[in-house]
Design a protein around this ligand. Structure first.
Ligand code: C5J
Length: 236
């Protein structure tokens, strides 16, 4: 197969973007029980966790396509070591949640690595060969091996999805953009506890000619992948 056959044009805003699946990674941010399910970190902050469920099916569809295409897949999990040595006091003590980071909850200690609540939801569970990045911060590059992992695979483009749009997705996109990655955020593959923050979070990324990146969606990725299949079949 020639290299050019990996390339597809993705419908996106502020404009279409050519992607080469061989140098693109699907980056799924924090689809953890602690954010998605009752009794976890998200709910302790007073949020309605049902707001996030809408992102699961679009991400599952793109994840399936990514696996079939052989694209690099990276999952992230926000959380801390059991002794909280990587959790800044300012983060642990912030606000007035019903339970704080490290407190025991119905899915184990809140936002602690190894606990049930820290794990990724079953519908999107990683398979062998996929990278799982444990991150202490909101951004996936801070204090992790993500940059080195992407560099080793020659990745220059990130398809970013997950939760929440305005917090960990946005922070990661800003970090990735500053490191030279072309970040394409999948609108229906992201969600927020606050629908208006979701909308604004996406607008901020694609405004000013795409100041932080592009915004596309799951259907556009699936279409681009299927067209590439046709291209590959017809060239044999
Ligand atoms: C938050 C995240 N919202 N994954 N984390 O604290 O967006």
């Amino acid at each position: 197969m020639e290299d050019s056959l990996h390339i597809a044009t993705l419908t996106a805003e502020p404009g279409p973007i050519d992607v080469d699946w061989a140098t693109t990674a699907l980056l799924i941010i924090d689809m953890q029980r602690d954010f998605m399910e009752p009794g976890g970190f998200g709910e302790t902050l007073g949020n309605d966790v049902s707001q996030l469920a809408r992102a699961v099916a679009p991400i599952a569809a793109v994840l399936k396509a990514a696996r079939e295409t052989g694209m690099m897949v990276v999952h992230t999990r926000e959380g801390h070591l059991p002794d909280l040595s990587d959790a800044p006091k300012a983060k642990v003590e912030r606000g007035a949640p019903s339970l704080r980071i490290g407190d025991p909850g119905p899915m184990g200690r809140i936002l602690i690595r190894g606990e049930a609540g820290h794990d990724i939801i079953p519908a999107l569970y990683p398979v062998e060969g996929e990278i799982v990045i444990d991150k202490p911060g909101k951004g996936a590059f801070y204090a992790t091996t993500l940059g080195a992992d992407l560099k080793m695979r020659g990745i220059d483009t990130l398809l970013v999805c997950g939760v929440t749009t305005e917090v960990c997705v946005n922070t990661t996109v800003r970090e990735g953009n500053d490191r030279g990655y072309r970040c394409i955020v999948l609108a229906d593959g992201c969600a927020s506890y606050f629908p208006e923050f979701h909308e604004m979070g996406l607008k901020m990324i694609k405004a000013q000619g795409g100041i932080f990146g592009w915004v596309s969606n799951s259907a556009a990725v699936l279409e681009a992948v299927s067209k590439q299949d046709v291209l590959e079949t017809s060239s044999i």
